[in-house]
Design a protein. Sequence first.
Length: 112
Amino acid sequence: MKPIHVSSKSYEAPAPGTYKGTFKTIDEIETQKGDAYRWVFDDVENVSSGVISGLSDANSPATVKNRTGRWLAALAGRSIVDAAVDPTDYVGKKYLLIVNADGKLETFSKLD
């Protein structure tokens, strides 16, 4: 039998750069800093897990100045000032994901 490699970590952050992925879901989770939304994109090529995700604050209302509001605008691909966005309307849509030097989702934009 061929040897099986055991990784020292269960998650390897993606390398900085741009990736194409499909929006999957927003999960409400609890972190050490409070409530958060976990944004999940899957079907990402060249990433070992096939998934890229990021967190935004769920303790404060979404505004055009915080990550939750900016990411909702990116999800919708339009201005969302004084509008409601239902993330489930965008499940399965394609996005260009930007990953920063720390391996974290920085932002994303809708692909046509």
